[in-house]
Design a protein around this ligand. Structure first.
Ligand code: NAD
Length: 421
């Protein structure tokens, strides 16, 4: 097996190695480390769905609840053909860490269904979403485990899931799901909160990192879905501070040194499902995009995008990880040796779970905030988390990811120790 294959096999092992490194530094061992290595609960279910042609197809569903010492379990639901138990376990673990870094009162969980949503009609997608809730109803809920969107799930899916949950509960329970449309109890700005949180952190980082450097800073974005597309639009409107020169989706990657008309491209992506075929830049490979000589690289697709095999080619000096787990530990070592600054996923993409927390608070209180209030609170939380991580990285003379783990793991360990095992 090649290094590349080994890395691809094990997002969970990558996550556990990161945990062990933080625990080593914090000198945490024994019972608590053993507790954190394993999820508290794994629920598997077969979800039967009546297809439009009258046949019934059965899909495999997962919910992994990693840790709830700091509050109810929290984490998204991913619909993707490659979803498997190992991946969902890794994502659930990262959620425990992320809620710790941002200091929101939750634990960590994740769900998934092995499915290619591109092959489903809207009706089939709705029946799958509602079917997921019927199967997992006993283990989720507003004070137990609160799901949200992830790859190939969106506010519409959350609306169906929330509605199904309320039907089963026999009363409105909007706080059981976050990431809902605003009209059915979602928070203003939840849909843009993950990229917006990343931009708040990026703005802080470049104050120091790019001091004196000429603007606009060039940016390449790998994956322009909810998160990558959102960040492309935000950077486009920053008064020429940034210029997005390369973009990709699962079907293509494009480069244009002059930048793109991002709103036009995103409109095409929404209408046609891809940016392939629009004559607005040079078509390049995904590998070429990752290796571009840009100021900032933003991986915003899936795990293990930057691995030992291609890490040496990366030229960007700053990487903002908006995807979960896009850099393997082997690749990270290569990048850190080259003095690449990596803003880790558990900080960079935590704006989503932060505004999910705001949505949950609003649902529970029945009092809804305006955009100004959401943005003010989000900016404050993201910048505070970054400052805490930065301070710890100086104290322990370590990279930002390890510092973020130290911050989160110390909180989880204290909570777990107070509760006992
Ligand atoms: P999405 O489904 O909206 O978008 C994923 C994008 O990646 C799409 O543009 C797709 O075409 C592209 N893609 C898929 N495979 C690719 C490949 N092999 N090469 C290049 N591009 C590829 O998903 P999303 O919600 O934007 O999530 C993206 C990442 O961000 C995931 O890692 C997810 O876990 C993470 N994340 C999402 C949120 C959220 O609020 N949605 C929050 C935190 C983290």
């Amino acid at each position: 097996m090649t290094i590349k294959e080994m890395e691809k096999e094990s997002p969970l092992q990558n996550a556990l190695r990161q945990l062990e490194r933080a625990c080593d530094i914090l000198q945490v061992e024994g019972d608590v480390l053993n507790i954190l290595r394993e999820p508290r609960k794994i629920t598997l279910a077969s979800i039967p769905v009546r297809m439009d042609n009258g046949e019934t197809k059965v899909f495999q569903g997962y919910r992994v609840q990693h840790n709830n010492a700091r509050g109810p379990y929290k984490g998204g639901i991913r619909f993707h053909p490659k979803v498997d138990l190992d991946e969902v376990k890794a994502l659930a673990f990262w959620m425990s860490v992320k809620t710790g870094v941002l200091d929101v009162p939750y634990g960590g969980a994740k769900g998934g269904v092995t499915v290619d949503t591109k092959e489903l009609s809207r009706g089939e997608l709705e029946r799958l979403s509602r079917g997921f809730v019927r199967q997992f109803y006993p283990v989720i809920g507003p004070d137990q485990d609160i799901p949200a969107p992830d790859v190939y799930t969106n506010p519409q899916v959350m609306a169906w899931m929330s509605d199904e949950y309320s039907s089963l509960a026999g009363k409105k329970e909007p706080a059981a799901f976050t990431g809902k449309p605003v009209e059915v109890g979602g928070s203003i700005d939840r849909d843009t909160s993950t990229p917006q949180g990343g931009v708040y952190v990026l703005e802080e980082v470049i104050k120091h990192r790019f001091k004196g450097k000429k603007k606009p800073y060039t940016v390449a974005i790998h994956g322009i879905g909810n998160v990558g597309g959102g960040v492309a639009e935000m950077l486009h409107y920053t008064n020429n501070d940034f210029k997005v020169v390369a973009l990709s989706d699962s079907q293509t990657a494009i480069y244009n040194a002059e930048g793109f008309d991002i709103p036009f491209l995103m409109a095409q992506k929404h209408e046609n499902g891809t940016i392939k075929g629009f004559d607005c830049g040079k078509e390049i490979s995904h590998e070429d995009l990752l290796a571009l000589d840009v100021d900032i690289l933003i991986p915003a697709a899936l795990e293990n995008t930057i691995m030992a095999e291609n890490a040496g080619d990366i030229k960007a000096k700053l990487i903002l990880e908006l995807a979960n787990g896009p850099i393997t530990p082997e690749a990270e070592r290569i990048l850190l040796d080259k003095d690449t600054l990596i803003i880790p996923d558990i900080l960079a993409n935590a704006g989503g779970v932060t505004v999910s927390y705001f949505e949950w608070c609003q649902n529970k209180s029945g009092y809804y905030w305006d955009s100004e209030e959401v943005q003010e609170k989000l900016s404050k939380k993201m910048k505070a988390a970054y400052q805490n991580v930065l301070e710890l990285s100086k104290t322990y003379k370590t990279d930002l990811r390890t510092a973020a783990y130290i911050l989160a793991v110390s909180k989880i360990v204290k909570a777990q120790e107070s509760l006992g095992t």
